[in-house]
Design a protein. Sequence first.
Length: 265
Amino acid sequence: PIVQAWNHRSLAEHRYPFLLVDALVLRIREDGRIRSRAALIAVGVNDEGYREILGLMLGNSESESSWREFFAWLKQRGLSGVDIVMSDSHSGLVKALQTEFQGCTWQRCQTHFMRNLLDATPKALQEEVYKQVRAVLDAPDLKTARLLKDAFVEAYAEKAPKAVQVLEDGFDDVTAVLVLPERYRRRLRTTNGVERLNEEIRRRERVIRIFPNRESAIRLLGALLMEIDEEWTTGRKYLNMDEYEAWKKAQQAWRESAQACAATA
């Protein structure tokens, strides 16, 4: 009951501008068989700058329907104010985000992206390609990133065509974080924070190996996540949100001014 109360608590007290989502696969015994189930986890950074673990749900798989159910459940509990969502590029997850969080910016996890790009790169070129693409992702602004990307495409179009295609296809999504003030980019360009949560879960899960039922999985994972959530919400702020709020107001003022000019014209 304690875990369930925490996992179903209201989220209406805060806005959550930044949302990180990920999943890991658990083995659970159901109907006399061992089945693979996806544990869906969401971490939010609230308007005061603290990280929170917003919820845990077991889905039958990482399908679009499972992710949509998860996101709808979070919103029913009061999740609001989401501006940017960080995740990997799982197709079901991305489709669910586009449906449930229309108007939000999706930041593709740069760590996962780099793995995908290097997998498409000839082994002899991987080290230099990594450095070149890392420079693209670390650019000070989108204009510079695009110039570096175009230079990479020209230099490696024949030597590493598959890697070039991966970069061109994913460029806009993997550099979305560059629109933010610089101090927020490093912590919001990957899902590493959720990945570390997954590692803590795996440490416990390896001992059990197979959960006897779904309730036991929720009980163990939920108790662990409750403990970590308390450390986060009572410790130091993860981000100072003052500059972000000022940036948001400036962006809104600029849009309103542009709309007024367009209406006058």
